[in-house]
Design a protein around this ligand. Sequence first.
Ligand code: PLP
Length: 405
Amino acid sequence: MAGSTLTSQPAPIASRLATRMSRLGTETAFEVLARAQALEARGRSIIHLEIGEPDFATPEAVVEAGVRALRDGHTHYTPSPGIAPLREAVAAEMHRTRGLRVSPEQVVVTPGAKPILFFALLALVDHGDEVICPDPGFPIYESMIRYAGGAVVPVTLPESNAFRLDIAGLRRAVTPRTKMIILNSPANPTGGVLEPEDLARIAEIAVEHDLMVFADEIYSRLLYEGEHHSIAVLPGMAERTILLDGFSKTYAMTGWRLGYGVMPLDLVPHISRLMTNSNSCTAAFTQLAGLEAITGDQAPVEAMRAEFLRRRDVIVAGLNALPGVRCALPKGAFYAFPNITATGLGARDLATRLLDEAGVATLAGSSFGAGGEGYLRLSYANSVENIQEALARMGRFLTELQGGR
Ligand code: PLP
């Protein structure tokens, strides 16, 4: 065509990005993993305590159910909110594990649990709405709140309060713009657990101010003492709680991508529509594997929990013996969150040096929010031998650091 030129340079993609992309964060765990793997590719030995996924194989019966489903021809679309038997099994599981009575129609199945968070925020948060979330907390909360157009209002989880939410701080954080409170118990990254009295006081605040509550209970089966309690069962909460749980952590199924939300019935069509628009549905064979996981033999879950407990005790005792390190006993999940302020290094500095100089990949607590400064997150989803080797490497590094002062 006259006047057209084939030599003009296309504008760089960065200049074409929608402004909303500048509000989207990420998970440092994946960045640190990539750096650690790059070091390994150069021949360095690295112990991975950065990534939050069980190192166990998916239970055999679950794998079999998935393979059988594929062979039986479950290779097509399913209804957007999930297949009926799985939604029924999740509803029954809610009653069995939490005493929560819900109908299968209140369950939406998603590829991994993360979409439940994303969809709930997209469906409910308008520009300028405030969402209260734990600090330190799972970084995807902040990222997704901001992407949806909301404002993040952090509330601290003080170490002095066993990393339980500061309820007085929560009360102060509520404003007329508050839309939702995000809770996570057992918690990533601290391993802290909300006690029944915390849940009662949070529920009181939610009802008083007519707020939604997003209860991320993905670590509900990884609890080392007592029973799991859900805020959803408290008076006035069923109609305002979106409960997230899934298969990734409980059944070592991170790569299958299977999770779910349990929510008020009138929210379901909206979350389902988001599913229809994004994923259409969750993979059929994955859902059938999940059905086996949730209804079948639970012995593998108990075996994994027992092994995590053994590792927790090894890592916490080992951390407390390191110079400049103090570590509280986590009550759930598979993370230790040691206080490292007495090492004299900031969290990011220490995490970087441990990776580069000691060959131990950890995460800086500050990548989970300002409240995580002065801490590291170590995932103990690794063998006792590797944990012991990591502790030995950290010990040598920290002893040299102290000697060099
Ligand atoms: N919520 C928390 C607190 C998590 O730590 C994770 C995974 O790391 C998720 C949700 C998401 O789990 P999934 O892999 O099922 O999407």
